[in-house]
Ligand binder design. Structure first.
Ligand code: SF4
Length: 454
């Protein structure tokens, strides 16, 4: 028994980590659709066999191998990897070899359970014969999700830059869809454009990422945006604008949030959802902030070696953040020549906004900082309503709900909490309809039919 327990613990350290994948296929779970496909394309450009897992088809497996107490995204991704193994082993028969794959599941530390997904999934995989050989590749928020060890040292920097560009482009494709779909001349044309554009964009990344030819990649994006603008009927008046914040997986994974954005649009909304790049920048910002905090402490204690190491980490994280924010600005500016997409919130600005209101602090960490500050910024920016999306029992989601509700009641901007698990809540549609009625009233009373500021 002792040996079995020891082996199980050993597997948590030996079979989860940052591995050079070599010839193995890297299995990437889908969160926002374009994002996973573009990241896989960047991997392939750098010689890594990136492959996107089909999502939400294995929910029965996800539910069978979880107790229901885990976070909903853990259940969904558990189902995705088990479904893949089931399908792949059926397809390949005796040729199926778990050693040929690395399942990619990042983690984070802190009070949140995201750090436990890959541990729990490791334990489940290890209960199946042979699946202990299927490694879990993980990167962590410590080091700002750095990809060190994932590839040869000299290529890691370029890979990281191109991954970030793919995250930006995926965000822009999403925002483009939400900006044009409520105003399309032909119903379904915006969805169709995105459907055919994701493979084109992935092909551009696969061909040009390793050569760092960003101009060729962005030219492909320009062409897609140009086509999107042509789909819009300019006579349709501006609709109430709704901002979405919340837990990153749920707000981006359309199956898990039961197509919330489409439902809001059905009741007359134009939606802007917090982006993946915002999360990446936040992780970077927190890393720099924590290193600065440790540095101040070590200066007081006079620990020279620790001070040096903290300073190095703060400078590295600060430079990375500066690079990312300026790259983000450049790409958005380029898109604005054709289409007025909403800009992302700058993280330092969100921290100041939160400090001004004095209702929460970045010292507490977790996504709640981003969500609460994001809600306040949407309200200040002239939005007609805000939705907080999170998995049922999500700690940062519930913290956000508790703090944001009274704030939003004071501001007079309609606000909705939307907690999800795999079940269908019969009252959801009515809640959305009521919320959208309030948003329309807000738009009317604010007289903001003209385009609000981004
Ligand atoms: S943010 Fe919420 S859903 Fe995600 S790991 Fe933390 S508690 Fe779970």
């Amino acid at each position: 028994m002792e040996t079995t327990c020891e082996a199980a613990f050993q597997s948590l350290t030996d079979n989860i980590g940052t591995f050079h994948p070599g010839n193995k296929q890297v299995l990437i779970p889908e969160m926002n659709r374009a994002g996973a496909h573009l990241i896989a394309a960047v991997c392939r450009s750098f010689g890594i066999q990136g492959r996107v897992l089909e999502t939400y088809k294995g929910m029965d497996l996800g539910q069978e191998f979880t107790s229901g107490k885990e976070c909903y995204p853990c259940q969904v991704t558990m189902g995705d990897i088990l479904f893949f193994i089931q399908q792949e082993s059926e397809k390949l028969g005796r040729d199926f070899n778990p050693e040929n794959y690395v399942y990619f599941m990042p983690e984070s530390d802190g009070p949140c359970r995201f750090g436990m997904y890959n541990k729990y999934q490791r334990i489940v995989l290890d209960t199946f014969p042979g699946l202990d050989k299927l490694k879990i590749g993980s990167i962590t928020c410590r080091g700002g999700y750095s990809l060190d060890g994932f590839l040869e040292k000299e290529k890691v920097r370029d890979l990281r830059k191109m991954m970030y560009l793919s995250v930006l482009v995926a965000d822009i494709l999403d925002r483009m869809l939400w900006r044009i779909r409520p105003y399309e001349k032909e119903p379904g044309s915006a969805d169709h454009l995105v459907e055919i554009s994701v493979p084109d964009m992935a092909a551009a990344f696969e061909s040009h990422a390793a050569d760092k030819d960003t101009e060729a990649i962005l030219r492909e994006l320009d062409a897609i945006i140009g086509k999107a603008v042509d789909l819009v009927d300019p006579t349709i008046p501006r609709k109430p604008r709704i901002g979405i914040v919340g837990e990153i997986f749920l707000r981006m994974h359309t199956d898990s949030n039961q197509n919330l954005i489409r439902k809001l649009e059905k009741h007359g909304a134009e939606v802007v959802c917090a982006s993946l790049a915002e999360w990446v920048n936040f992780v970077n910002y927190i890393e720099k902030r924590s290193a600065m905090g440790r540095l101040r402490l070590n200066v007081k204690r006079g620990r020279l070696a620790a001070m040096r190491s903290d300073l190095k980490q703060a400078v590295t994280a600060g430079l990375e953040l500066m690079y990312r924010e300026s790259r983000q600005k450049d790409v958005y500016r380029r898109v604005w020549r054709q289409l007025d997409l909403a800009e992302d919130h700058k993280i330092s600005h969100l921290e100041h906004a939160l400090a001004e209101e004095d209702v929460f602090s970045f010292d507490i960490d977790t996504e709640a900082c981003l969500s609460i500050a994001g809600i306040m910024e949407y309200a200040r920016g002239g939005y007609d309503g805000v939705v907080n999306v999170y998995p049922f029992t999500c700690m940062p989601g519930m913290t956000t709900a508790a703090i944001a509700k009274p704030l939003m009641a004071r501001s007079g901007v309609p606000y909705l909490d939307a907690a999800f698990d795999a079940s269908i809540q019969p009252g959801r549609e009515a809640a959305i309809r009521t919320f959208m009625y309030q948003a329309q009233q807000h738009q009317r009373s604010a007289g903001n039919r003209a385009a609000p500021s981004n």
